[in-house]
Design a protein around this ligand. Structure first.
Ligand code: CA2
Length: 145
């Protein structure tokens, strides 16, 4: 089983600033946690981060028929990107939306998610652990199908 974990803009800056909102785990630490969890659960994982909307769309398209599940934290594009929503719908790969912070309790603009419409679950406010929970949800979903 192959899972693609996608992170959007500024998530490469994790742990560097705003630790009160996003914690102290760096992006490199996050990648390590995800890779360890994948190894423990027998999953093949690919990690991808970009600050560019079109690159994120390209990566989702490239996953078509090659990836069993997608974990995606689209960062700020969550709240604006119909292009990422459409890409997820186009490939029709089971996807889980992740947010480190509890977006539904933050500014009004962060409470809107376009991407959510193409995801079967959303995990928000669980810190970096949310990525691991999303991988577990995907494994369950893929085993059932
Ligand atoms: O809570 C999340 O995971 C977010 O997707 C993170 C995004 C934000 O725009 C979303 O509304 C919620 C921000 C990505 C990280 O931004 C940083 C800002 C300063 C320092 C480190 C990271």
């Amino acid at each position: 089983m192959k899972i693609l974990v996608i992170n959007g803009p500024n998530l490469n800056m994790l742990g560097i600033r705003e630790p009160d909102i996003y914690g102290r785990t760096t992006y490199a630490d996050l990648c390590g946690l995800i890779e360890n969890h994948a190894a423990e659960t027998g999953v093949q994982v690919e990690l991808y981060q970009s600050n560019h909307e079109g690159d994120l769309v390209d990566k989702i398209q490239q996953a078509y028929e090659k990836t069993d599940g997608i974990v995606i934290n689209p960062g700020a594009y969550t709240h604006t990107s119909v292009a990422i929503l459409d890409a997820l719908k186009a490939v029709a790969i089971p996807a889980v939306e992740v947010h480190i912070s509890e977006v539904d309790k933050r500014e009004e603009f962060r409470q809107i998610s376009y991407v959510r419409l193409a995801c079967f679950a959303t995990i928000s406010g669980r810190g970096v652990n949310g990525y691991l929970e999303a991988m577990d949800l995907l494994r369950e979903r893929i085993h059932e199908s």
